[in-house]
Design a binder for this molecule. Structure first.
Ligand SMILES: C[S@@+](CC[C@H](N)C(=O)[O-])C[C@H]1O[C@@H](n2cnc3c(N)ncnc32)[C@H](O)[C@@H]1O
Length: 236
């Protein structure tokens, strides 16, 4: 289902031995939203074996590097666009992960057409500008096998009141999927989008830490919850 990741889903992932064993090694011990996003992605991939997996904007591939022993894992990240945690960093060498230092949306010839069984991202889509959507999602569909799966954990800030920014982000994303032939698993997103206590959310401590390196959103973090859309798509 494509919806805001719930506490139920997070707890189910934490109760899963294989998923929690990997989470222990990601060293993000429940500090911020990434922990629940990693859990959601890894739980979906708990039985993955011999699949071709592309991580988009993986940076150091915190979670996905741990499925590289049983699968073929690639990471496309240009390490330069908005949202890069450390813009000056070197392209990392990660055992078992093939790095492509480019942006998805650039139609890199390094990524073959129709090659990947699974495409995933964690905290990336919210950094892709709307005007880049047509290229980004078309390139995404291009590299997937027909029938392939995509899993995206997408950050959202939502609060008590409806927010036109969140509404527009959801609308633009759904439209871009339709335009590029990506079919979401049942979308379950009550509109207007407001926070519900069944949603898994970033601990306040995690948001406070984020204030230090992205201070522009400090006021928003005091008023809203940081949650994640969990998008499950198939290439038609
Ligand atoms: C907030 S970071 C998240 C990094 C990592 N996924 C994580 O969870 O820690 C966003 C990442 O997306 C990358 N990025 C943004 N747009 C991209 C694109 N079009 N193609 C590939 N990577 C992209 C940035 O370079 C950055 O490393």
């Amino acid at each position: 289902m494509t919806h805001i990741i719930t506490k139920d889903e997070y707890f189910t992932a934490l109760n899963d031995e294989r998923t929690s064993a990997i989470l222990e090694r990601t060293q993000r011990q429940a500090m911020d939203l990434k922990h629940l996003q990693d859990a959601w992605i890894l739980y979906h991939l708990r039985d993955a074996s011999e699949l071709r997996i592309l991580e988009v904007g993986g940076g150091h591939s915190r979670a996905l590097r741990f499925v590289a022993d049983a699968n073929e894992v690639w990471n496309i990240d240009d390490f330069g666009s908005v949202g890069t945690p450390r813009a000056d960093r070197q392209v990392p060498k990660i055992p078992g992960v093939r790095m492509v230092p480019e942006a998805l949306g650039s139609f890199s010839p390094e990524l073959p057409d129709g090659y990947f069984d699974v495409v995933v991202s964690i905290s990336v889509i919210e950094h892709v500008p709307f005007d880049v959507y047509p290229k980004f999602w078309a390139d995404h569909a291009r590299v997937m096998k027909a029938g392939g799966l995509a899993l995206h954990a997408v950050d959202f800030y939502i609060g008590d009141e409806p927010d036109p920014v969140a509404e527009r982000r959801a609308d633009e994303m759904f439209q871009a999927w339709e335009d590029s032939g990506l079919v979401p698993e049942e979308i379950s997103l009550d509109r207007p989008i407001v926070f519900r206590s069944s949603f898994a959310s970033n601990p306040d401590y995690g948001m406070w830490v984020w204030n230090a390196y992205a201070p522009g959103l400090t006021a928003l973090r005091s008023a809203a919850q940081s949650v994640s859309l969990g998008a499950v798509l198939r290439r038609g």
